[in-house]
Design a protein around this ligand. Sequence first.
Ligand code: 5GP
Length: 192
Amino acid sequence: MELLERAISEKGTVLPGNVLKVGSIINNQIDISLMCAMADEACSRFKDKGVTKVLTVEASGIAFAVLIAERLKVDAVFAKKSKTSNVEGEVYSARCYSYTHRKENTLIIPKEYLGSADNVLIADDFLANGEAVSALLDMANRAGARVVGAAIAVEKGFQGGGDRLRAKGLEVFSLAVIDSMDGGKIVFRKDK
Ligand code: 5GP
């Protein structure tokens, strides 16, 4: 998506450890007109798939997921990274190594929010090694839900997570795919 690629090129910076900082548009401050255009683009791919829930992980995936859910007229559900006092009852949980926090989290979704009647669209801001999407997929599968695909804002293609998920049959639609960030130079995949 040209608009997103341009914004990343102009405002993104590459931090040590191949972490792309896009705090001014996605992760701390949200560029709402850009994010709305991103949600429109994601919906153009998944609007006819009968989605009933958009599923993401707190915190950075929520804005993208909510705007997609609003357009599809369904609810968004987000997995928490720890069991807080306002989570009660039975939960689905899955271990997930956080690339940016460099620690293992246990993602949690209360069972009441995901069920066998659901057609789930996974959404997230970034896809790197695929840990977060795999954990969401795992919980949706255990709920008996059907996963129609994953809408990703930025895929770091060089980490291979997206292609591994595609090889397993998941439809992964990424708005921007980065093939390399060597020396701080961001190179986008042309034919995706
Ligand atoms: P994965 O689980 O696919 O390895 O990593 C995806 C998750 O890690 C996303 O939910 C995102 O929050 C975070 N993440 C991974 N790489 C980056 C990055 O380069 N920049 C930012 N801002 N977040 C990232």
